[in-house]
Design a protein around this ligand. Structure first.
Ligand code: GUN
Ligand code: ZN
Length: 372
C-alpha cells in the first residue's frame, strides 16, 4: 500500500492544483466532497455520485456512532463496504455536529457528553473515542477532534476554544493509528482573529499532520470576513500539505477560497438544495417551485451533461417538485452535484493553463446574473 501523500502539481497566483493519494484512491484538487452524513449521499446511488466526477465523499462520526453504531459498521466490513462507496472517504470528527445538533451538551477538558438527537440516549466523545470510531469506519482521512466556537463569540471564548482544540489535536495525533494510505488532518481554529489563527497553525505544524483544515468559518461571519480570514490563514499553513475549508460553500465561496489557496471543500448545499427545489446554474441559483417553469420545455441548464438536463424539461421538474415526488430530489441532487463537480473541473483546468484570474472574473460576471 502506498503512503498517504499530497503532490502540488502547479499553482496560478494563490490557486493550487494538486493530487491527494490515499488508501482507496486518488483525489484531484481543488476538490469538492459531497456530504454523505448517514452513510448515504441523500437521494443518490454511490455509482451516480461517482458519475458526477466526485472522487471522495464525507461521512460523519456523530451520526454514524448514534445510528447504526461504529462497532456494527466495523463488523460489517467498514463504511466503504457498508455503503457501497469504494472510493476515498473523509470523516468529520463529531464535535462540530454535537454542538449544532444534540441537546444537553457538557463540554470539558476531556471531551463532550451529550444526548442523542435521535433517541435522547447519553454519549461521550473525546479525541481518543473519535479517533477510534473513525478507525472503525475505515476513513481514508480522519479529522482531529476540535471545538468550533459559535459566531459571534467574545475573543476570550474563541481563544479558549482554540487552545482546547490544540490540546485535543495533540491527543488526536497520539491516539490515531498510523497505517499506510490513511491520513490525519489537523483543524485550524481562531475565528476571525489573526493572532489566534497563528497560535493554532503553529501548534498544529509542531504536532505534524497529513493535511490542515480551516474550521470555524462559514458560521455566520459573512463572505467578506471569511475571505479576509482566509487571506492570512492559508499563508500560515504548510505549502506541501492539502488545505481543507470545512463546510464551504456556495459556488462563489469555492472560487474565492481556491484563489486564496484552499484545496478541498465539503458542503450540504448541493444535496440539501436538491431536496428543496433549488438548482445551481451558470447564472446562479434557480427555484424550480416557481410557476414560471410550468410550461418551459427547455432543460434546467443547456450546458450541463447530467441525466436531468439531458432528459427532462423545466416543466417536468416543476411538476414533480410541486407534486412532492421523490424523483424531484433525485433529479435536482444529481444536477447540483454535477454542477459542483463541473465547477471544480473548470477550476482545475484554469489553474493548469494559468488562466485562473480570467476564469474567476468570467465566473463572477455570469454567476448571479439571474436565470434566463
Ligand atoms: N465543519 C464545519 N466547520 C467545522 C469545524 O470548525 N470543525 C469541524 N470539526 N467540522 C466543521
Ligand atoms: Zn444538469
Amino acid at each position: 500500500m502506498t503512503d498517504f501523500s499530497f503532490e502540488l502539481l502547479g499553482a496560478d497566483g494563490g490557486a493550487r492544483r494538486g493530487r491527494v493519494t490515499c488508501a482507496h484512491g486518488v483525489i484531484q484538487t481543488p476538490a469538492f466532497m459531497p456530504v454523505g452524513t448517514a452513510a448515504t449521499v441523500k437521494a443518490m446511488l454511490p455509482e451516480n455520485v461517482a458519475a458526477t466526477g466526485a472522487e471522495i465523499i464525507l461521512g460523519n462520526t456523530y451520526h454514524l456512532m448514534l445510528r447504526p453504531g461504529a462497532e456494527r459498521i466495523a463488523r460489517l466490513g467498514g463504511l466503504h463496504a457498508f455503503m457501497n462507496w469504494p472510493g476515498p472517504i473523509l470523516t468529520d470528527s463529531g464535535g462540530y455536529q454535537v454542538m449544532s445538533l444534540s441537546e444537553l451538551r457538557k463540554l470539558d477538558e476531556n471531551g463532550v457528553t451529550f444526548r442523542s438527537h435521535i433517541d435522547g440516549s447519553y454519549h461521550t466523545l473525546t479525541p481518543e473515542r473519535s479517533m477510534e470510531i473513525q478507525h472503525q469506519l475505515g476513513s481514508d482521512i480522519t479529522m482531529c477532534f476540535d471545538e468550533c466556537p459559535p459566531y459571534p463569540s467574545e475573543k476570550a471564548d474563541v481563544a479558549r476554544a482554540t487552545q482546547l482544540s490544540m490540546r485535543w489535536a495533540a491527543r488526536s495525533r497520539a491516539a490515531f493509528v498510523n497505517r499506510p494510505g490513511y491520513g490525519l488532518f489537523g483543524i485550524n481554529q481562531g475565528g476571525v482573529h489573526e493572532d489566534l489563527r497563528e497560535q493554532s497553525a503553529q501548534a498544529l505544524k509542531e504536532i505534524g499532520f497529513d493535511g490542515y483544515a480551516i474550521g470555524g468559518l462559514a458560521v455566520g461571519e459573512g463572505r467578506a470576513l471569511m475571505f479576509s480570514t482566509l487571506d492570512f490563514t492559508t499563508l500560515m499553513l504548510p505549502t506541501d500539505k492539502p488545505r481543507y475549508l470545512m463546510g464551504v460553500g456556495k459556488p462563489e465561496d469555492l472560487v474565492g477560497a481556491v484563489a486564496r489557496g484552499v484545496d478541498m471543500f465539503d458542503c450540504v448545499l448541493p444535496t440539501r438544495s436538491g431536496r428543496t427545489a433549488q438548482a445551481f446554474t451558470r447564472r446562479g441559483p434557480v427555484n424550480l417551485k416557481n410557476a414560471r417553469h410550468g410550461d418551459d420545455p427547455r432543460p434546467l441548464d443547456d450546458h450541463c451533461s447530467c441525466p436531468t438536463c439531458r432528459n427532462y424539461s423545466r416543466a417536468y421538474l416543476n411538476h414533480v417538485v410541486k407534486a412532492g415526488e421523490i424523483i424531484a430530489a433525485m433529479l435536482l441532487t444529481w444536477h447540483n452535484l454535477q454542477y459542483y463537480q463541473d465547477l471544480m473541473a473548470d477550476i482545475r483546468r484554469a489553474i493548469e493553463s494559468g488562466t485562473f484570474a480570467a476564469f474567476e472574473a468570467d465566473f463572477q460576471s455570469q454567476y448571479g446574473q439571474g436565470d434566463i
